[in-house]
Write a protein that binds this ligand. Structure first.
Ligand SMILES: NC(=O)c1ccc[n+]([C@@H]2O[C@H](COP(=O)([O-])OP(=O)(O)OC[C@H]3O[C@@H](n4cnc5c(N)ncnc54)[C@H](OP(=O)(O)O)[C@@H]3O)[C@@H](O)[C@H]2O)c1
Length: 327
């Protein structure tokens, strides 16, 4: 039995709480330390999730000698700097999606991890959940024939303040980087990187994309149509249409718990793929295992795919003439 991998959590917001909550499902690992911008918040978080050590600054965690991997869970705009600092300090990193706000930043972080021979991964958690495995299995077993087209709609009505991370351009706001990335990730999981991209946004009063429609085209003759929004509550649904049937996935597409398999002219079957917890433990287990095995990358979420998804989102924002401050 190898020594447990020691995790540090950087930031104490919404997703960091879910991550800590799921940690009881992670094997061969321990939550060793949490850091916040304030010691009060770090201590409250540490007490709630029984974490032995709490720091009142991110730098203290990054420089801490007794931690193997740091989970970065701040708003997107801070991911780049924080990952660079973690990697400089010799720490492996799991960073929340979107990895950074553009492909240039992503490329630099990947180069740093490679140069320092450290593990690095984007937390696109859907890829590690039972749904990804089940859909892969159905497609490779030819259950719906060759997939030809797909759609994915994601979003929610954001009632947050204009200064919050979802609507504020200074914090990397907008639907694309927050939820559109999941729709794009679904297209990548089924068809890979697109050859053509066409898109249209509806920009909101704070200057970020509130809704958008995207079409990804493939030279092999496939199409993905995707919507993302933070303006309204859309039906959350992905449909993968093959030559002999369909896979229909309803519910939050970042962590679905069931799907329908339609075999044309024959049957419609509901398949349960529910799981314990919120579903963040699947990626945490994968990272823990990779680090224990001495890997610097995880094959289920390769860095090349993280970079490619970011390049696709850059292309989409270029089509909208939408830049973040400082870009
Ligand atoms: N995997 C998922 O399903 C999922 C879901 C939601 C979000 N996310 C991703 O996770 C990241 C964080 O999202 P979240 O919803 O957890 O955000 P959040 O609730 O606003 O929390 C973000 C945390 O980041 C820290 N922070 C540092 N600088 C900040 C600033 N200027 N303004 C606000 N917070 C600041 C704060 O922690 P301290 O006060 O402790 O320093 C804050 O609690 C985003 O990149 C998002 O895309 C992923």
């Amino acid at each position: 039995m190898k020594n447990p991998i020691k995790w540090g959590i950087l930031a104490t917001g919404y997703i960091a709480q879910k991550f800590a909550d799921d940690f009881s499902h992670v094997q061969n690992a321990e939550l060793a330390v949490v850091a916040s911008r304030t010691l009060v918040a770090a201590r409250q978080f540490a007490e709630k999730f029984s974490i032995p050590q709490a720091f009142g600054s991110y730098e203290q965690l990054i420089e801490h000698t007794d931690v193997d991997v740091i989970y970065v869970a701040t708003p997107h705009v801070y991911h780049y700097n924080l990952m660079m600092k973690c990697l400089d300090a010799g720490k492996a990193v799991l960073c929340e999606k979107p990895f950074t706000i553009n492909a240039g930043q992503t490329h630099e972080v990947i180069q740093k991890a490679k140069a320092n021979k450290l593990f690095l991964m984007e937390g696109l958690w859907t890829r590690f959940q039972p749904v990804a495995e089940r859909v892969n299995e159905l497609i490779s077993n030819n259950a719906i024939g060759l997939p030809h087209m797909m759609s994915a709609n994601l979003g929610f009505r954001c009632d947050a303040s204009p200064g919050g991370r979802l609507l504020n351009p200074e914090l990397g706001g907008g639907a694309l980087l927050d939820v559109g990335i999941y729709a794009i990730n679904w297209a990548y999981m089924i068809f890979g990187a697109p050859n053509n991209i066409v898109s249209l946004p509806v920009m909101g009063s704070t200057g970020v994309d509130e809704t958008s429609a995207m079409v990804l085209g493939y030279d092999s003759g496939q199409l993905a149509t995707l919507y993302s929004t933070i303006k309204v509550n859309p039906p959350q649904r992905a449909i993968i249409v093959g030559e002999a049937g369909q896979i229909i996935i309803d519910g939050p597409l970042y962590k679905p718990t069931g799907l329908q398999l339609v075999i044309e002219g024959k049957s419609t079957r509901s398949i349960d793929i529910s799981f314990p917890g919120h579903g963040l433990h699947y990626e945490a287990n994968a990272v823990t295992q990779c680090i224990q095995e001495g890997k610097t990358e995880c094959e289920r979420m390769p860095l090349s795919e993280t970079l490619s998804i970011m390049q696709t989102m850059d292309t989409i924002r270029q089509q909208w003439n939408f830049k973040y401050p400082g870009e």
